[in-house]
Design a protein around this ligand. Sequence first.
Ligand SMILES: Cc1cc2nc3c(=O)[nH]c(=O)nc-3n(C[C@H](O)[C@H](O)[C@H](O)COP(=O)(O)OP(=O)(O)OC[C@H]3O[C@@H](n4cnc5c(N)ncnc54)[C@H](O)[C@@H]3O)c2cc1C
Length: 434
Amino acid sequence: MKSLNIPETNLKRVVIIGAGFGGLEVVKKLSSKHYQIVLIDKNNYHTFQPLLYQVATAGLEPDSIAYPIRKIFKSKKNFYFRNTVAQNVDTEKKELHTEDGILKFDVLVIATGSTSNYFGNKRIEQLAMPMKSVPEALNLRSLFLENFEASLLTSDLTEREKLMNYVIVGGGPTGVELAGAMAELKNHVLPNDYPDLDIRRMRILLLEGGDSLLKAMNKKAGSQAEEYLQKLGVEVWLNTFVNDYDGDTVTTNNKSLPAKTLIWAAGVTGNLLEGIPKESIDRGRILVNDTNLIDGTNSIYAIGDIALMNSVGPMGDPMVAQTAIQHGTNLAYNLNALAQGKSPRPFIYNDKGSMATIGRNRAVAEIGQIKLKGILAWSTWMFVHLITLVGFRNKMVALLNWVQSYFTYDKGIRLIIRPFKKSKNVHDNLPPHS
Ligand SMILES: Cc1cc2nc3c(=O)[nH]c(=O)nc-3n(C[C@H](O)[C@H](O)[C@H](O)COP(=O)(O)OP(=O)(O)OC[C@H]3O[C@@H](n4cnc5c(N)ncnc54)[C@H](O)[C@@H]3O)c2cc1C
């Protein structure tokens, strides 16, 4: 019989689902003196999502943006990690049902993050490439390299054109950074790797439904990013919506495009669990009050991307790592306070700014009133990402890779380790639960 084998104690049990930015912060700051702490994640590692695009474009190894959860908490007392999938919550009985057994809780923290949102278009969901996890980024890397190998193995020019066209949907930081990194590969790496292929024919198109890129930043940052991308050879199509994709042709409200690869970075929705009261769900996210407590419950909290604190506005705080970290810190503070009979404090978001990088020496950043661009913004981006990467080894490996590729214009990890076979459903290539 399957069992999670968590020992019974006199301490209250806090169960946290998700070892992302928010979940990790709760565990780090929660008092082992007052609580037994159980962390559940479907992976045995934490993923640093902001650098997934570098894995997809052969700039970093997957190991340098992922970190083993057990290693992070090796000295934490009264702490248990279980590598399993949370399925549903029984809010009445205070039970979490997982793939490997049922767990009673006194307090539950849902920190399951978000997943790609295809806005109901099943065909696009089946055929577009997402980039929300390490396996998905690795699939993209393999497909990218396989397409070039396949381009050399066909004399059908229409087929070759489809293989060499890359369409990225979504002009937010993910789409912009991915397009910039792909353009760097096109400009500096691929011509040397494939001297007998006319790499100039490779097209990178960034499609955005709105009238500017990087909507979450100021207008200038969006137009600066567009200018940088165009200099790198990326075609930016604004006011363009993708209506359909059949694996060979992308149909938009603008023009149709032949392309074997459609990368989806156009929206996210919460990773919901069964059992959350329907009235507490809004647009795929869980409604919480200003202490992250789910409306209608007294001990179930949601934090990070999955949580929608609509007291601050209809969309809540931005779905970024800082929101998740700060939710986690505040919730741990509150749970520690409650254990000592003190009152919880409301959450107040401290906006530390946003930034996006577009190839070497080019980035845009907005930190309070300060707006940066070019090499200054790019250095700031590098510094912030290096210090926030989890683990000393990961910081060092990332730094070494960046220094090496800065001076050599090379990206060293152009390996097809796990070939990606395109089927009628891209998700067939993923390990379960990724
Ligand atoms: C490609 C990309 C680039 C990004 N770039 C930036 C950036 O530059 N700056 C920035 O601030 N933000 C960025 N973000 C957003 C940022 O990563 C998220 O806002 C942040 O990760 C949210 O943290 P979280 O703790 O809510 O969830 P996550 O970090 O997503 O963690 C969720 C965790 O829950 C686990 N999980 C989910 N469902 C289950 C389940 N049913 N059972 C068990 N475990 C489960 C997952 O395995 C995961 O470990 C980016 C996101 C992506 C995808």
